[in-house]
Write a protein that binds this ligand. Structure first.
Ligand code: HMG
Length: 384
């Protein structure tokens, strides 16, 4: 029996900031952002969207009555939680009408949270093949206006249904993981923006990738030639190129070109929405599945997950017959194309008005939010 991802979907806001506009406002050469960082656009998340509503909007596209009957494990990976106590998973369970006979909880280890959830879900479904698990990776990446990290902000939610005999992707073989107490990126409780040692974080990321990849090859006997494509946690898309470059010399020239081409397909969504933190790796996977022109059932892809602080994990999955859902893929293209471009001034206004740390009742101007799930406001410390 195989276990893996049966359905996958993505949601982000209907507004974006163009990276050329941002570069001009920050007196940077636009090519630094477009080529040096590898980002074209960045999702701007309004106050009417938080990780719960974004996750619900992502789930709504894929969850049907059969899932409602079978899902009894809901794992919400995030580092932008809406409450220090109650999990985002419980809100989501109610909003989606999922079964009350479920375990629902939140997981945190920076951008690694969704992978922790996915691996737990894999074990659970392996032991309970008639059940399904819902795994979420949803975040809003915030570094601060006029900081070096600003160009790597973004946000959105990925939703994945894990089942036996999945239609999209099946887990294959072991994972290799590595963790260490490292201060490359963190967010103390009193802050709404991350603290980051940017260049150091890049180095640690590549080291963790090499470490887990080398161990993976040792354990499995597989080599780079056995992979159709490599996917990465993409805090910004150039980071994935740095990862890929660290192992490309293990392949011949043709294979190198092939892996670089697959990477281009895989980064299409990420370069248009920015960092999703927990969801970024899975957005890279979805982008690869939807945009690559030469993937086939049975192909093996590598997945590298990284969460600052730091945890790394490498594993592989194989493509199943239904790896591409044309209807959902077209919907993503349309949604990305129809987003509203906001000025740098408008983005800064939205950024500075972020509400999670504001006390007291709040009424939000939600009429302009086109999503099905949105936040109306806060009353008596309760989100509506
Ligand atoms: P910076 O100092 O502004 O940029 O910070 P830079 O000077 O290093 O330049 C960036 C690249 O642009 C360089 O290329 C330049 O050469 C190039 P590289 O050497 O890296 O290949 N460049 C140009 N290219 C073309 N034309 C030009 C031009 N000018 C320069 N005219 C940094 C960059 C990424 C450090 C910053 O944006 C940052 O701190 N970002 C946030 C941290 C981050 O994303 N780290 C990634 C690894 S950690 C991680 O992935 C976990 C994370 O997601 C959090 C979590 O786990 O929760 C972040």
């Amino acid at each position: 029996m195989s276990v893996g991802i049966d359905k996958m979907s993505f949601f982000s806001s209907d507004m974006y900031l163009d990276m050329v506009d941002l570069a001009n406002a920050r007196n940077e050469d636009p090519n630094k952002y477009l080529i040096g960082i590898g980002q074209k656009k960045q999702a701007v998340i309004p106050n009417t969207q938080d990780v719960v509503t974004m996750a619900a909007n992502a789930c709504e596209k894929i969850i049907d009555d059969d899932n409602r009957k079978k899902i009894d494990l809901i794992i919400f990976g995030t580092e932008t939680g809406v409450d220090n106590s109650k999990s985002a998973a419980i809100y989501l369970q109610n909003m989606l009408g999922l079964s009350r006979r479920a375990r629902a909880f939140e997981v945190k280890q920076a951008c690694y949270g969704a992978t922790a959830g996915l691996q737990m879900a894999k074990e659970y479904v392996t032991n309970h093949p008639d059940k399904q698990a819902l795994v979420i990776g949803a975040d809003i990446a915030r570094y601060g206006i006029k900081t070096p990290g600003e160009v790597t902000q973004g946000g959105g939610a990925m939703a994945m249904v894990v089942s036996s005999n999945p239609s999209m992707l099946e887990f294959e073989g072991p994972s290799t993981f590595y963790s260490d107490d490292i201060m490359d990126f963190w967010r103390p409780l009193y802050r709404t923006e991350a603290v980051v040692d940017g260049h150091y974080s890049n180095d640690v990321y590549v080291k963790f990738f090499k470490n887990t990849w080398d161990e993976y090859k040792k354990i499995t006997g597989l080599s780079i030639d056995d992979f159709k494509a490599m996917t990465f946690h993409l805090p910004y898309t150039k980071m994935g190129i740095k990862g890929l470059r660290a192992i490309l010399n293990e392949a011949d020239e043709d294979k190198q070109e092939h892996l670089k081409q697959e990477f281009e397909y895989g980064r299409k969504y990420n370069e248009n929405v920015g960092n999703l933190y927990t969801g970024s790796l899975y957005l890279n996977v979805l982008s690869l599945l939807n945009n690559s022109t030469d993937l086939q059932t049975g192909d093996r892809i590598g997945l590298f997950s990284y969460g600052s602080g730091a945890q790394g994990e490498f594993f592989s999955m194989k493509l199943k017959d239904g790896f591409k859902n044309d209807q959902l893929a077209d919907q993503i293209d349309t949604d990305l194309k129809n987003r509203k471009r906001v000025s740098v001034e408008e983005y800064e206004r939205i950024f500075n008005n972020w509400i999670p740390i504001k006390d007291g009742d709040i009424n939000l101007d939600y009429e302009n939010d086109s999503a099905d799930f949105f936040l109306k406001g806060v009353k008596n410390h309760q989100r509506i």
